[in-house]
Design a protein around this ligand. Structure first.
Ligand code: ADP
Length: 543
């Protein structure tokens, strides 16, 4: 009854066509890369902040839980699903205006629905680059920033590179962070902390407000840019590489985010599981894995980063990187000019069936260069379809549309060789036990720590495999937590597990939640392990 009244009010507030309850739409929003998603009760599609305020007030009046998403492509972490079933999804994708691009001060102001592809297009005619994630052009900038996601350039830490949030609170009031709450403030998007408590962090990885606007800092196009790839042949060779890269990052010689992926990560970004070579059997036999490495000419680990500056500073940094990595890793530099030259060579060889492998390597290097220069690419989504029984099509890499199964684990570790080896020792036996192939990346978004991204891909249509993947995920999650490798971000399935071994922090977070949202109307359970309603609501599931 209350719900019907809420629906009727929302229809008046945002228009009937923006309140969706039909079965097909609800099922679409309930799709998940996890074995089961949660079923929403309705979908609301507001057009502006005023409508968001009205939605929130109605939700409070009728005690109906709502869950905001920007583009709903939180693949591998819960997708567009709320933590529990029965919540009403507030889909902000219609709010997709780029409100400002300031070339002098190098920032943009965006609404939640603005995608990476959209901002990229808008920046083409400017002297600015954005920092992109590997999730492709259709994902939002704001959703990733609120999840504290990261990219590839020196602006890779998205939360640190954002400022001036406009937030609708659970009671319908609008709060602006930084200096934005002063009407005449001149530096809202330029000075993150403002004066007084820095509140913007409260609205990331939380359920305390709906963010309707955000300033995003942009990178002035440098006079010179070069990508760098480092590779090591043996698995243990990652330890000295990490030690050397830490020093290069700490000294400021290497300023970009650095990503180091294992062989399986590299292989899976270019091809799917070799069903023919393995006669349809899993897991991947070592000889097939080794043959794939030989074919692609890759070692156990391949890393990438980039140098940005003038010709003079890039040349100096390049020499220093070569010197410090001598005997530790093979180092190659590349840029647009080199790739263009390579493409010409491939073209010349084409009629004679030559240089096919070179062509593949150039395509891979181009995708890496794209990410390092703020061009969204879908190439790295391919890894999510690794275990798909159906052919993976380059023109459709959306994990939900393809029904791919995907879990991501994201432990943070000190940037030391010792910590990396310890995490690998912990991870590998579990993958062997549950019979999956570990795709692993370590990313230095700051000079002192690494974010591990450990991917479990599985065939969702095979229920036994899906069950094994779930067990593998939870076994790894618990072990990593116990060993002190706490994740930087979690999927909806692990919100409650965050309370393990931690008391005061989550108590205080819960006190803040209670004071801003006493009836837990907003996203109950999201990064809120002590949330009563999330624990007491039975998930309505959907496979
Ligand atoms: P994207 O589509 O860009 O990958 P999502 O829309 O899936 O990002 O956002 C990731 C998560 O962040 C969502 O599940 C939601 O919990 C939270 N979130 C997204 N947008 C907002 C917002 N505008 N306000 C508050 N929380 C949000």
């Amino acid at each position: 009854m209350e719900f019907d009244q809420a629906l009727a009010t929302w229809k008046e507030q945002i228009g009937e066509e923006s309140v969706l309850c039909d079965r097909a739409t609800l099922d679409r929003y309930a799709r998940s890369t996890q074995p089961q998603g949660t079923q929403p009760r309705a979908i609301l599609r507001p057009a502006n902040t005023v409508e968001v305020c009205a939605i929130v007030q109605t939700a409070a009046t009728y005690a109906v839980p709502i869950y905001p998403i920007s583009r709903g492509r939180n693949w591998g972490y819960g997708d567009a699903c709320a933590v529990t079933g029965g919540q009403v999804i507030v889909d902000l994708s219609r709010m997709n205006r780029i409100l400002e691009i300031n070339e002098t001060l190098a920032y943009a102001v965006v609404e939640p629905g603005v995608t990476q592809g959209q901002l990229y297009e808008a920046l083409k005619s400017t002297s600015l680059w954005m920092d992109v994630t590997g999730a492709g052009p259709e994902t939002s900038i704001l959703g990733n920033t609120l999840e504290r996601g990261f990219g590839h350039t020196p602006y890779g830490d998205h939360y640190q590179m954002s400022a001036g949030y406009e937030v609708v609170l659970p009671d319908g009031r609008i709060l602006t962070t930084g200096f934005g709450h002063y009407d005449e403030a001149k530096a809202t998007y330029l000075y993150k902390a403002g004066v007084g408590p820095a509140l913007d962090g409260l609205f990331t990885q939380s359920n305390l407000g709906i963010v309707t606007r955000m300033g995003v800092w942009l990178l002035p196009k440098p006079a010179c840019m070069q990508g760098v790839v480092f590779s090591v042949a043996d698995e243990a060779g990652i330890a000295p590489l990490v030690e050397a890269l830490r020093e290069l990052r700490l000294s400021g010689i290497l300023q970009s985010t650095v990503h180091i992926g294992n062989d399986l990560r590299v292989i899976s970004s270019g091809s799917q599981y070799p069903w023919t070579e393995t006669n349809g059997k899993t897991p991947l036999p070592d000889p097939v894995r080794e043959a794939l490495c030989r074919q692609l000419n890759i070692g156990a680990w391949t890393g990438s980063g980039a140098l940005y500056g003038t010709h003079h500073t890039v040349a100096a940094a390049r020499a220093e990187i070569k010197r410090r990595l001598r005997g530790i890793a093979q180092v190659q530099f590349f840029d647009e000019a080199l790739l263009e030259l390579g493409r010409t060579v491939v073209k010349v060889g084409q009629p004679f069936g030559m240089f096919k492998q070179l062509g593949d390597r150039i395509a891979a290097a181009q995708s890496a260069l794209d990410l390092l220069t703020g061009v969204p690419t879908t190439r790295y989504l391919k890894g999510a379809g690794w275990r798909s029984p159906n052919p993976v099509q380059d023109n459709n890499l959306d994990p939900l549309e393809n029904g791919w199964g995907l879990f991501w684990l994201a432990p943070v570790l000190p940037m030391t060789g010792e910590a990396v080896l310890e995490v690998l020792d912990l991870v590998k036996p579990e993958f062997e036990r549950y019979q999956f192939e570990p795709q692993i990346t370590f990313s230095a978004i700051n000079p002192r720590s690494l974010c591990g991204i450990i991917t479990i891909t599985y065939n969702k249509q095979n229920l036994v495999e899906a069950e094994q993947a779930t067990r593998c995920y939870h076994a790894l999650f618990d072990q990593l937590m116990q060993q002190g490798y706490i994740p930087y971000r979690v999927g909806t399935q692990s919100m409650q597990a965050l309370a393990q071994g931690s008391q005061v922090f989550w108590d205080v977070a819960h006190q803040i939640k209670r004071s801003l949202d006493p009836d837990e109307i907003l996203a109950p359970g999201r990064y809120s392990p002590l949330s009563v309603s999330a624990i007491s609501t039975t998930p309505l599931t959907h496979s």
